[in-house]
Design a protein around this ligand. Structure first.
Ligand SMILES: Cc1cc2nc3c(=O)[nH]c(=O)nc-3n(C[C@H](O)[C@H](O)[C@H](O)COP(=O)(O)O)c2cc1C
Length: 199
């Protein structure tokens, strides 16, 4: 990014919608970390605030009236983003169904944009969810970045203020992820502006 380039619009997406979820804790921490960097304009997207039906509308059809506002709000939040960070737990060695549903509702909103992951879970730190997400995002024409932030035994990984107990390694991993997102996000934003993707 040159000095004059506007900040990249970065969506930090909370993928867990479970009652009593931990998700807002790692998502909140990561969003604060990203906001400390002037090159990002950070906004948060909580899938719990945008419940979408599992029954997808047929092509050309509208979803039920109560789903329209959620779909439109989520679509607008994704569309205005230049980059995404998905904050995902691991459920049964993969990622939550609510996240898969949100991915299936949209296509162009993800395309030609980078995606990073903050994962959490038990011993594997949610990394099996991340590895399942990579081919899904490839199908959506998104680019996943290599570096991840991962919290194992996640329910023990944060203090009462929502800060990671292992501050140094978590912050280091977050900064690497943000560096890569910034490179890809800037390159792809320029490329989309020059030549709209899929045109
Ligand atoms: C349905 C379910 C399945 C889970 N499966 C796994 C798993 O396969 N591997 C793992 O490391 N943790 C697993 N966990 C533990 C979660 O990763 C952990 O509880 C995490 O905090 C869940 O995120 P959430 O609290 O934001 O929903 C599972 C939890 C739930 C609720």
């Amino acid at each position: 990014m040159t000095r004059s380039a506007p900040p990249l619009s970065l969506a930090v997406i909370t993928a867990s919608v479970r009652d009593g979820r931990l998700g807002p804790t790692p998502a909140g921490w990561f969003a604060r970390r990203a906001r400390a960097r002037a090159e990002f304009d950070v906004h948060t997207v909580d899938l719990l605030a945008h419940p979408l039906p599992l029954v997808l509308p047929a092509p050309g059809q509208e979803p039920p009236a109560e789903a329209v506002a959620h779909r439109d709000a989520l679509r607008a939040a994704l569309a205005r983003s230049d980059a995404f960070v998905v904050v995902t737990p691991e459920y049964n060695h993969s990622f939550p169904a609510a996240l898969k549903n949100a991915l299936d509702w949209f296509l162009t909103e993800w395309a030609a944009k980078p995606v990073g992951f903050v994962s959490y879970g038990g011993l594997a730190g949610g990394l099996r969810a991340v590895e399942h997400l990579r081919p899904v995002f490839a199908e959506l024409h998104a680019v996943t970045v290599r570096e991840t932030v991962s919290f194992h035994t996640a329910w023990e990984a944060f203090d009462g203020e929502g800060e990671p107990l292992d501050t140094r390694s978590s912050e280091g991993a977050a900064d690497l992820l943000l560096d890569q997102l910034h490179w890809w996000g800037s390159a792809l934003r320029n490329a989309r502006a020059e030549n709209p993707y899929g045109s």
